[in-house]
Design a binder for this molecule. Structure first.
Ligand code: PHE
Length: 374
């Protein structure tokens, strides 16, 4: 009897020790598409997030503790995002979650974080509905209400196009939403959508849709989609003799785009969140440190992944606690926060209002063209 009681005490003591040890760090969860169709999104955002946390820890961490980043790969698959986010919350008991880049996967995770009252900051998901999932859901970037509008202005003013064709991915919330926002702003500006065709992300043959688009004789073609699909679409469009400018949104951004698209990408345009060419001090430092660590330059996802971690660490400091509700309230009051992608103030809808940039592909490289302010 005694021995049994003794061992029960020993076990209880061990559990206390284990939970103390667990609290030596502040655990943050991250979910990203490290493999699969949008792998470069997840890899770059994860690299940015990792760099931020290393820098924060090198400066002593927050609240006297180091931050521990626990990350999961959702393999660019729907369904998998929900699974790994549940795991981060219940198994790892993280104080907050960073992720994802792709809007469809953020939309999948957001209701889970909201129900569990775990603050979530998406670095890069622009679909307006993401943060509408509840008051625990934030983003470090602008929304597609803004991006759709600026692309409509770009088409009208810079491309001087009045008749535009649209090719969108019906499987992607990002693509459907950005197409809708673009179309309504473009029509308001007096433009006409002369052809609107659909595909499903992962398709390999776009010639039927592109042939219809070619027959409509547009002055420009808008493709709000992700780089793997965009690359093939541009390649096939040029093969079919479509010579007019092609343009898109942030989903185009990947170091792999030009290679998938081939030389037909030359001259095309897309909007995004960040240019490593910007002269601001924060940008220069970030680009230098990122290159030193990884050996290649950062892109928008890397910068937003970095910023999302900085916003969270700053909120933990201001909350003075990792209590999830206090943390939520502190994130919500993020104001004039100097980040790499701009000065971030989160509005009452938990979105950031920031400038966008337009990049053009020149000699296979993404070249800065212009900045558009909200
Ligand atoms: N904005 C895209 C989405 O919401 C993701 C993305 C952000 C892609 C930034 C590239 C660069 O799905």
């Amino acid at each position: 009897m005694r021995r049994v009681r003794h061992s029960v005490f020993a076990l209880a003591a061990m559990l206390v020790l284990a939970s103390d040890a667990a609290q030596d760090t502040i655990r943050i969860g991250e979910f990203a598409s490290l493999t699969g169709k949008e792998a470069s999104f997840g890899q770059y955002s994860h690299n940015g997030t990792t760099l931020a946390i290393e820098e924060i820890n090198a400066h002593g961490g927050v609240l006297g503790k180091k931050i521990e980043l626990i990350y999961e790969d959702d393999q660019s698959k729907s369904g998998q995002a929900a699974t790994v986010v549940r795991k981060l919350i219940s198994r790892d008991n993280v104080v907050a979650i960073l992720g994802e880049v792709a809007s469809s996967r953020s939309l999948e995770a957001a209701p889970i974080c909201q129900a569990e009252k775990v603050p979530m900051i998406s670095p890069a998901s622009t679909n307006p509905e993401v943060t509408e999932k509840g008051d625990y859901i934030f983003r470090a970037c602008f929304t597609d209400a803004f991006q759709g509008k600026l692309l409509a202005e770009f088409a009208t003013k810079t491309l001087k196009a009045k008749k535009v064709a649209v090719l969108k991915d019906v499987k992607s919330d990002y693509s459907v939403g950005l197409a809708r926002n673009f179309i309504s702003s473009f029509k308001t500006a007096g433009g006409e959508i002369i052809s609107e065709r659909d595909f499903s992300g992962g398709d390999k043959d776009f010639r039927a849709q592109l042939t219809t688009i070619r027959a409509a004789n547009p002055e420009a073609v808008f493709v709000p989609a992700y780089y793997t699909d965009v690359g093939l679409i541009i390649r096939q469009a040029r093969q079919l003799g479509i010579k007019v400018p092609m343009f898109g949104g942030d989903g185009w951004e990947s170091a792999n785009l030009a290679q998938i698209a081939g030389s037909g990408i030359e001259g095309a345009y897309f909007s995004t969140h960040f240019s490593p060419e910007a002269a601001r001090h924060e940008v220069r430092e970030f680009v230098k440190n990122f290159k030193a660590k990884y050996g290649f330059p950062p892109d928008a996802m890397a910068a937003l992944g970095y910023d999302s971690a900085l916003i969270l660490a700053d909120a933990i400091k201001r909350a003075g606690s990792t209590d999830r509700q206090k943390l939520r309230d502190a994130i919500a009051t993020t104001k004039d926060f100097t980040a790499v992608t701009g000065i971030i103030t989160l509005d009452p809808s938990r979105n950031a209002s920031k400038s966008a940039v337009i990049l053009q592909i020149k000699d296979g490289k993404f070249t800065y063209l212009e900045t558009i302010h909200p």
